[in-house]
Design a protein around this ligand. Structure first.
Ligand SMILES: NC(=O)c1ccc[n+]([C@@H]2O[C@H](COP(=O)([O-])OP(=O)(O)OC[C@H]3O[C@@H](n4cnc5c(N)ncnc54)[C@H](OP(=O)(O)O)[C@@H]3O)[C@@H](O)[C@H]2O)c1
Length: 327
């Protein structure tokens, strides 16, 4: 009898685990942490790149709502001013500054940006550097990528981001504290058919920032890398996916993604994943069972290229089935 009860309890626990996993919007460590910790960001200076739209704009809103002073960067000054005035109209007591910046503008220009960011808010200095800006081209085969695409992707996503970090970190080290929050991607953890350059750039960021943490964590520098899967932003709502494919494509909202990024940062997580299934499942597979994970991706690769070419969902279980035209 006792054996039966124990078996029923184990079965119930297993079913509960399966339901939780099937409906999760992030990895278990991240989703178990609850809400962002306000006291970690209140009054702190948070510099966000890519703040003119998408996830960056929402991050700026959410950091402000938690009492942070924010610096908004991107290239489009008009959009940055729009974001600033919308934040101020929502939170009249907020402290928001606009700092236009092009991540591909080279070391001298980025040095100037770092100097300006450090000087804002009575030279308080940057507490959180949120590396959110990125360049991503429409999906295409790896061998169809151009030299121009390669340069643009690497210059913005990798070289500009790393240079900015190298220039800002000495200021943080002098203060003995600083936190880099890197918005990477599921494509930085797993193969991402149709996004070879983007995936390479995000893998590079993961490698750089995990290494940076290992070198500087004992000197007060923290690094949080967040890897989102498909996210619903204004950009994805406007994209060409057909209504049918969009209904198959379950994306985490940009608001929830931004909230989970701030949860990861304020709870001091080293790495966090934000995604629904099936991408979350693939991330776990590739991380913990790479032989099976890479085999799984090999089954999907060509179908995903075909799906992207015909504007069908690139994130559906159905990619496992059907013929592989693009192989
Ligand atoms: N959306 C998703 O489904 C998804 C999934 C996984 C990961 N992510 C990651 O999440 C982050 C935000 O994604 P998103 O979808 O919100 O991006 P987005 O809407 O395309 O916005 C990109 C941001 O980066 C800025 N930017 C682009 N080139 C720049 C440059 N040379 N210098 C400075 N800023 C530049 C853009 O502003 P300007 O054009 O004004 O410069 C814009 O503010 C990215 O790192 C992306 O890789 C997104």
């Amino acid at each position: 009898m006792l054996g039966l009860v124990a078996a029923a309890l184990i079965l119930a626990g297993f079913v509960l685990f399966l339901v939780k996993f099937a409906t999760a919007d992030g990895d278990f460590t991240l989703t178990s942490r609850g809400k962002p910790k306000r006291d970690e960001v209140e009054g702190k200076v948070v510099w966000i790149t890519g703040a003119s739209r998408g996830i960056g704009e929402i991050l700026a809103n959410q950091f402000t709502s938690l009492g942070a002073k924010v610096i908004l960067s991107a290239r489009n000054t008009v959009e940055l001013e729009r974001v600033k005035s919308e934040i101020i109209s929502k939170y009249p007591a907020s402290r928001v500054e606009v700092l236009p910046m092009d991540l591909a503008s080279g070391e001298e220009s980025l040095k100037e940006s770092v100097y300006k960011a450090e000087s804002l808010f009575s030279s308080a200095g940057v507490d959180y550097m949120v590396h959110n800006a990125a360049f991503e081209r429409p999906k295409r085969k790896a061998l169809d990528e151009t030299e121009e695409g390669l340069q643009a992707t690497m210059n913005i996503n990798v070289l500009g981001t790393i240079t900015l970090t190298r220039l800002l970190a000495p200021y943080m080290l002098k203060r003995g504290r600083g936190h880099f929050v890197v918005v990477s991607s599921a494509a930085g953890k797993c193969p991402s058919p149709g996004q070879a350059l983007y995936s390479a750039s995000k893998h590079a960021l993961n490698g750089y920032f995990h290494t940076l943490r290992s070198e500087l964590c004992q000197k007060g520098i923290k690094v949080t890398i967040v890897c989102p899967g498909p996210i619903e932003t204004s950009k994805t709502s406007e994209t060409s996916s057909s209504g049918k494919s969009r209904s198959l494509e379950k994306r985490v909202s940009a608001e929830r993604c931004a909230e989970l990024i701030i949860v990861a940062a304020t709870h001091g997580l080293k790495e966090a994943w934000v995604s629904y299934q099936p991408v979350l499942f693939v991330m776990y597979l590739v991380q913990y069972m790479p032989t099976i994970g890479y085999w799984f991706m090999d089954q999907i690769g060509a179908n995903r290229l075909d799906a992207a070419a015909s504007k069908r969902s690139a994130y559906s279980w159905s990619l496992l089935f059907g013929h592989k035209k693009s192989a």
